[in-house]
Design a protein around this ligand. Structure first.
Ligand code: PEP
Length: 252
């Protein structure tokens, strides 16, 4: 049975001091939650990862990086490699977030290299993708999503998909307060699973966790998570508040 996942993307928020407080609050807020087939992940900024790994050891919370460079090492000022993440105990990396694509020029080519590097180093990838508002308004959203997935993931062998978590994040719903309706999310998630089913077979497609991201809050989480092809969420803003994040975890 595929896993359910609630992952919090902290983005460029929280100093180390603040991160220590949030992790403490999060541990308190999630204490006693009975997780059934569900993983909880947080993704603090690079400089807070090591501390987060240390403080969440042996608990229910896992730690992911928000990004990674595709090269193994070298003259890439300001970048972080797979080895660096693994060495501090980080086993999961978010790749392809729309903010990385929009502000830092990440494109399918570099993302393919990043995915390959992550897979080759036994890192798990939370691969983000999603359409812009104009794509949806022009009814191009299925085509865009299909291209984003095919361009970056469809060269992988079926067994590598065990290291891939998908995060469908319509860009128009990220940080805007606008959420895709639960039905819109389900429609897209079923389409995505169908693409994987066509390429890799239904059995493999059914093992892939597909998260929804875009203004998920305690108030809408339960409805979104109730849909059969929605296996959890990638949460931005609401993951910065321990009680809200815990409420979203409870909604799964
Ligand atoms: C995100 O950044 O991945 C995200 C979904 O943000 P928010 O929940 O704030 O819309």
């Amino acid at each position: 049975m595929r896993k359910k996942i609630v992952a919090g993307n902290w983005k460029m928020n929280k100093t180390l001091t603040e991160s220590k407080v949030l992790i403490k609050e999060l541990k308190k807020a999630t204490k006693g939650i009975k997780l059934k087939n569900t993983r909880v992940i947080i993704a603090p900024c690079y400089v807070n990862l090591q501390h987060a790994v240390k403080k969440t050891k042996n608990g229910i919370i896992e730690v992911a990086s928000q990004n990674m460079h595709q090269a193994t090492s070298g003259a890439y000022t300001g970048e972080v490699s797979a080895d660096m993440l693994l060495d501090i105990g980080v086993k999961t990396v978010i790749l392809g977030h729309s903010e990385r694509r929009d502000h830092f020029g990440e494109i399918d080519g570099s993302l393919t290299e990043k995915v390959n590097t992550a897979i080759g180093n036994n890192l798990e990838v939370i691969f983000c993708f999603g359409e812009q508002l104009e794509d949806r308004e022009a009814n191009n959203h299925f085509k865009i999503i299909e291209a984003q997935l095919k361009n970056v993931l469809f060269h992988l062998e079926a067994n590598s998909l065990q290291q891939i978590v998908l995060a469908y994040e319509p860009v128009w719903a990220i940080g805007t307060g606008k959420t895709a309706s639960a039905d819109q999310a389900q429609e897209m998630h079923a389409f995505i699973r169908g693409l994987f089913s066509e390429k890799y077979g239904t059995e493999t497609a059914n093992t892939i966790s597909i998260l929804y991201g875009g203004s998920v809050k305690p108030a809408n989480a339960e409805e979104i998570f109730s849909k059969p092809d929605v296996d959890g969420g990638l949460i931005g803003g609401a993951s910065l508040n321990a009680n809200d994040f815990a409420a979203i975890i409870k909604a799964i």
